[in-house]
Design a protein around this ligand. Structure first.
Ligand code: GLC
Length: 457
């Protein structure tokens, strides 16, 4: 059995090998370095995957890599308004990028989803980008980078993209299926929690990063009111616990007008009350996976719930209740590898209809109920924030038993996460950094400030 120190050392060496250089400067990390499988796009630097690498680099005094990453990805952001559907929209940050050599010259080539499997749009990239920029500024105190005109413009363009054109009347962000870490069809069209938590944290970051001048005044004002309505909406309407279930169970339907209690016209029959009341511990609760017209998705999504705790999107009581749920349903949500990406899995007809019969996303595999080591750092940050470090240490010990032995797989399969993912790559960078970062956050609570937000006043 390897010692804890040797596992960390191995992880650090693997991370070093994953670094991408551009014109001699380190600018990112590849998604995976599995020598046995065709790379597809895993040899690229994904924005979302780099976040855990970036945070770890900052902690280790290598914030320059993060600065390079932020500068280069900002250059890839389209700045011009255009109506050509084959071009990425103004303000978008790509899903991933790679270094190409053309006529002996290196250049960065971005993928905004136009090459990605199923051509999915990376809505989360621009939100993670702002979250990482804020972490960089908070830690290095290098406000001059964020206040540079190109960065201020980049932030404004992201805000325009997210806030200006809308076809709906909700404070949440309307997105297509597959627009975040779960980048395949999984029944997440609409207002999925994973995006909403990042949206909240991203807006909060923008609020802190925008320089208070005349040009930004309007954005700062709008951000304030959007954050207010977003937090209220999520805390009230996404929340599921026994008390809320009792309210929803007896909802009236087809109400019109301002005084409707069942605002989203949820039909009781669509909610698996009996399963849920058995599964939900009395002290537990969580934010629903999605909320839209006559739809509340009662699946538990780890990223959305953990990021909600980290960003104070949930209140203190709710945050504790989410951690109670994870602790009491440990076998379901942690099992043999922290953490389950979503619970429960879609099975049979639901799997057919909602994933389009996606064989990679069969029940209890990959995005559909697989266990993802990268989520460990978010769990560590959430428990550190809420003073529940005992369960954080327990989760790390579980991960330590397998990660290095199994060559750092991308994900695990099975109800309890005991199988190495059917098509999981090995030496997946964010599995490595998810572990390393979790260890750092558990060892030193001061690192929490990189990602944590206090409550919006
Ligand atoms: C898969 C994951 C996605 C990740 C990418 C690179 O497509 O679903 O979240 O960014 O691999 O690791």
């Amino acid at each position: 059995m390897k010692t804890e120190e040797s596992i960390v050392e191995e992880a650090v060496q693997l991370l070093e090998k994953s670094i991408i250089y551009y014109q001699g400067r380190p600018v990112g990390t590849v998604a995976a370095c599995d020598p046995e499988v065709e790379a597809l796009n895993y040899d690229q630097c994904f924005i979302r995957d780099f976040v855990s690498s970036g945070l770890f680099f900052i902690i280790k005094g290598r914030a320059d890599i993060v600065r390079n990453f932020l500068e280069e990805t900002l250059k890839l952001q389209p700045k011009q308004k255009q109506l050509d559907s084959s071009k990425p929209g103004r303000g978008l940050i790509p899903a991933s990028f790679k270094v190409e050599t053309v006529n002996g010259q290196e250049r960065l080539k971005a993928d905004f989803g136009e090459h990605a499997i199923a051509r999915v749009a990376p809505v989360d990239s621009c939100l993670w980008w702002m979250i990482l920029l804020r972490a960089y500024v908070n830690s290095t105190k290098d406000t001059s980078l964020a206040y540079r005109e190109d960065f201020q413009e980049g932030i404004r363009l992201i805000l325009e993209l997210c806030l200006v054109s809308r076809f709906d009347m909700y404070p949440t962000l309307l997105v297509p299926d597959g627009s975040s870490m779960i980048d395949r069809r999984m029944g997440l069209y609409g207002y999925p929690l994973d995006i909403q938590s990042l949206f909240y944290a991203g807006l909060w970051a923008a609020h802190e990063l925008l320089y208070p001048n005349k040009e930004n005044q309007y954005f700062i004002k709008v951000l304030g009111s959007r954050l207010d309505s977003l937090i209220k909406h999520i805390r009230e309407n996404y929340w599921i616990d026994t008390e809320r279930l009792n309210v929803i169970y007896r909802y009236k339907v087809e109400e019109y007008g301002e005084h409707a209690l069942n605002e989203f016209n949820l039909y009781s029959d669509s909610i698996p009350f009996y399963k849920l009341t058995e599964w939900l511990p009395k002290s537990g609760g969580y934010l629903a996976g999605n909320l839209g017209p006559s739809q509340i998705d009662c699946r538990f999504f780890a990223l959305g719930n953990l990021m909600a705790i980290i960003s104070s999107l949930t209140d203190k009581q709710q945050s504790q209740a989410i951690l109670n749920l994870i602790e009491e349903r440990w076998d379901n949500l942690v099992g043999d590898m922290p953490l389950k990406i979503c619970y429960p899995a879609l099975e049979d007809l639901e799997w057919k209809l909602l994933t389009g019969c996606d064989p990679k996303n069969r029940a209890w595999s990959y995005h559909n109920g697989g266990n993802w080591p990268v989520l460990l750092w978010m769990f560590a940050a959430a428990v550190q924030k809420m003073g529940r470090t005992d369960i954080g240490h327990k989760a790390i010990q579980i991960a330590e038993k397998r990660l290095s032995k199994d060559d750092w797989p991308e994900y695990y399969d099975g109800k309890n996460g005991r199988l190495i993912g059917k098509e999981a790559r090995k030496y997946q960078t964010w599995s490595i950094t998810g572990y390393l970062l979790a260890k750092e956050i558990m060892a030193n609570p001061k690192h929490l400030k990189l990602v944590s937000f206090h409550e919006y006043p």
